[in-house]
Ligand binder design. Structure first.
Ligand code: GDG
Length: 493
């Protein structure tokens, strides 16, 4: 099911919680059609929910407005099998604006990414964030029993765990995965209701981050802002008001098999039609960037480095084309609107500077790219550039690797992405703000001997396949079970 309100990545905007053991049914349901997204968290959760006969609680609009039209908020899915319940929380436009575009994305998102200067809280945002967290907590309480496992996704639910803890039996397990970075105390200090946010998250039995750095920053913040909490950095545990929360780093993977399979299926004709669609000379080498249009993704810095590269390497004019797929995101928020304008004007300027009648150095598109086309682009991109200024993980880097079935491409990866901790040994590391170093790395990637390219990519591929989304999912539930049973005394996660 697609609960997405902005046609963004399904991973980020699920706003979902899951509980097991529901008996909810609706025998009078009219037929429901379900789009199954390929790869990503949604696809990963689906089999888990089916096996657990659980409940998926989410909000969303567009095609998912079955509850509004049919006056009900629970349906059994998937059609035909009806293994689990999808419960929809209907939010008013005012609620979405204040809770989602407000406190979540004007406050927590910039703050957690270290952009304190972009925090832009409006008067009702926090109150709506509380209200929506309460509504989700109440919905969880409706469905949960004392054997339930409750799993919350992301920063849209910082307050809900404590509310759920207060509403359901003590023996239920509550876990959360925080998909974005966690800031150092000096930055978190700017968080409105910062103590309430920390207390909310300490309702969890298990709190997961992508990398150790974020988990440690969370422990540091609790130590600094909740003096009554007992923080054990060694064990990664926090005791607060009688509750123990285990804080872990569990890097998320992608559905590597699926990207591999789709990339294998992408034949030469599909690639040629993409070259035609984007007006790229047939013999051009390809560089690729795939990002939400977000100020954290380092797109302007990437364009500056490409400009330097083209200025220094006229021999590549006409022979190397960079495709930037940018997905418009949160466009109602001024910082995003300004950022989009900046990116578009930079692309125009660079294309005017170097472009000819037959060739544009940068092909820029905001159109949605179908999954199989994306896999074809990944497979055939000679250079993939992932250059965030900061990023919780960055799945695109891993998707590129999983789809590089010919092992002949090179990944340029920012040292500020969580993914760098997994892939640094065989990617080319870049500092996104070092223009000259970045431009040189593009040149290095394009002129790398084929043998080295293949060696690097094969090593990256075994890393990505060894820690895929299924492993990640299994780790979450295994840890939660161990934590809940009190059997987990190591800090080796
Ligand atoms: C957050 C964190 C963390 C994009 N355009 C198209 C398309 N996409 C897909 C990509 C990828 C996803 O969007 C983007 O995922 P990222 O991980 O790169 O970034 P965020 O959206 O910021 O995600 C991030 C993630 O949560 C998971 O924890 O890694 O750090 O910020 O899957 O493929 N897919 C298709 N067409 C497009 O045009 N098919």
């Amino acid at each position: 099911a697609d609960n997405d309100d902005e046609n963004e990545d399904e991973d980020e905007d699920e706003h979902a919680t899951d509980t097991t053991n529901t008996s909810e049914t609706d025998a009078t349901s009219p037929p429901i059609s379900v789009d199954e997204p390929t790869g990503g968290l949604t696809a990963g959760l689906d089999p888990v929910l089916q096996e657990a006969n659980g409940t998926w609680i989410a909000w969303g609009d567009g095609d998912a407005d079955f509850d509004v039209t049919n006056q009900r908020d629970c349906v059994r899915v998937p059609p035909g099998d009806e293994d689990y319940t999808l419960r929809r929380i209907d939010l008013s436009e005012e609620a979405v604006d204040a809770y989602y575009r407000g406190f979540s994305n004007r406050v927590l998102w910039p703050l957690c990414h270290g952009f304190a200067e972009l925090v832009d809280e409006r008067p009702n945002d926090l109150e709506w964030y509380r209200t929506v967290n309460e509504r989700f907590a109440a919905a969880v309480a409706d469905h949960a029993s004392d054997e339930s496992v409750v799993w919350l996704q992301d920063y849209h639910f910082a307050l809900a765990p404590r509310m759920i803890r207060q509403a359901i039996p003590d023996s239920a397990s509550i876990a959360q995965f925080w998909h974005i970075p966690w800031p150092a105390p000096a930055t978190f200090d700017y968080c409105p209701a910062g103590e309430e946010v920390l207390e909310g998250l300490l309702g969890n039995d298990l709190l997961g981050f992508h990398v150790e750095r974020y988990a440690n920053a969370f422990l540091d913040c609790v130590r600094r802002f909740l003096p009554d909490a007992t923080v054990d950095h060694e064990q990664g545990t926090i005791q607060y008001e009688g509750q123990i929360t285990r804080v872990v780093a569990t890097p998320m993977g992608v559905d590597a098999e699926s990207y591999d399979q789709h990339a294998h299926d992408a034949d030469a004709d599909q690639l040629l039609s993409l070259f035609d669609r984007y007006d790229i000379p047939r013999n051009s080498a390809i560089g690729l960037g795939v990002d939400r249009l977000d100020y954290t993704k380092g797109i302007p810095e990437r364009l500056t480095a490409l400009e330097r590269f083209f200025a220094e390497n006229p021999s590549w004019h006409g022979d190397f084309t960079f495709i930037q797929k940018a997905t418009p995101s949160r466009t109602e928020i001024p910082a995003y609107a300004r950022h989009g304008d900046l990116v578009r004007s930079e692309v125009d300027r660079i294309n005017r500077r170097f472009g000819t009648d037959d060739w544009q150095p940068i092909v820029y598109t905001e159109d949605y790219v179908e999954h199989d086309d994306l896999c074809a682009l990944y497979r055939h991109a000679d250079v993939m550039i992932v250059s965030p200024l900061i990023d919780g993980m960055n799945l695109v880097a891993q998707e590129y690797v999983a789809a590089s079935v010919d092992a002949d491409g090179t990944l340029l990866l920012s040292d500020r992405a969580g993914a760098h901790e997994r892939l640094s040994s065989h990617a080319l590391t870049i500092d996104p703000t070092d223009v000259q170093g970045f431009a040189t790395a593009i040149d290095d990637a394009l002129s790398m001997p084929p043998q080295e390219r293949t060696t690097r990519m094969k090593a990256l591929r075994s890393n990505v396949f060894d820690g895929d989304i299924a492993d990640w999912m299994a780790t979450q539930f295994d840890l939660l079970r161990r934590v809940h049973e009190g059997a987990d005394s190591s800090n080796s996660a």
